[in-house]
Design a protein around this ligand. Sequence first.
Ligand SMILES: Nc1nc(=O)c2c([nH]1)NC[C@@H]1CN(c3ccc(C(=O)N[C@@H](CCC(=O)O)C(=O)O)cc3)CN21
Ligand SMILES: CC(C)C(=O)C(=O)O
Ligand SMILES: [Mg+2]
Length: 276
Amino acid sequence: MYANDADAPLRAPITVPALRQMKQRGERIAALTAYDASFARAMDHAGIDAVLVGDSLGMVVQGGANTVSVTLEDMVYHSRCVAKGLRSALLIADMPFQTYAGPERALDAATALLAEGLASMVKLEGAGIVLDAIGYLSEREIPVCAHLGLTPQSVLKLGGFRVQGRDADAAKALLAQARAVEAAGAQLLVLECVPSTLAADITGAVGIPTIGIGAGPDCDGQILVCHDALGINSGHRRPRFVKDFLKGRDSVEAAFRAYVDEVKSGAFPAPEHGYA
Ligand SMILES: Nc1nc(=O)c2c([nH]1)NC[C@@H]1CN(c3ccc(C(=O)N[C@@H](CCC(=O)O)C(=O)O)cc3)CN21
Ligand SMILES: CC(C)C(=O)C(=O)O
Ligand SMILES: [Mg+2]
């Protein structure tokens, strides 16, 4: 239809404040992970709001058993690749294992992800001691996304990828962590593998948007790993929150459009994709 992309009408670029306004309006946020320019471009065309360069690349791209081996160099490289494919979607990059062990180290790593990786926001896992890094970055004008619940960089201590916040004490602690990351300056919050009712409570308790993965239908937005959304099995057991959007469709972009539509309408995730 257009001679080249440069002639196509531009969707307004999605900013961090725009995501907060979506929460306030009750418009759901649709996000996916990407690791290269071509998939990022297809997602952007499909109307995705945010793209995360996840350290899940250690598993789905590099074939590792977890995300612990991913380096800052890996993340900068893939973030820069993804940035080249985006016109409108907000680009978030994961901070790798131990690159935010201490505020100054976090500032160096986050600066590399923004300046060389061309990301617009960085994501780090946990609260507690990590609150210092969240505060240090956000005070220095670096947009921060927090990540609570199942934090895959903790897998060696946890002993596996398991649902978090299931008993009353753990649920209370997770709600307190959510309030604490917001108070420290986080502007977005990923909730991974937590009971749907707890994710709903947290979403109501914080002003920042929540993005769920295995966190039920009542988050402000949803995210999936790109490969999972396309039915590509990376050799691990398929978690229950995964849905194959390519099934019954004839292109990757159609699958991404269906994902965006189902997140916006609330059709995805269905109750069976969540945990009790
Ligand atoms: N392809 C892929 N998709 C992901 O969502 C993902 C990654 N890789 N790599 C990093 C982490 C690891 N993730 C995982 C991996 C396994 C489960 C899982 O098997 N969950 C069990 C829950 C068991 C319980 O009840 O505690 C499940 O049955 O869904 C969950 C999240 C999420 N992230
Ligand atoms: C699954 C999302 C939230 C993530 O952190 C990743 O892909 O690394
Ligand atoms: Mg990650």
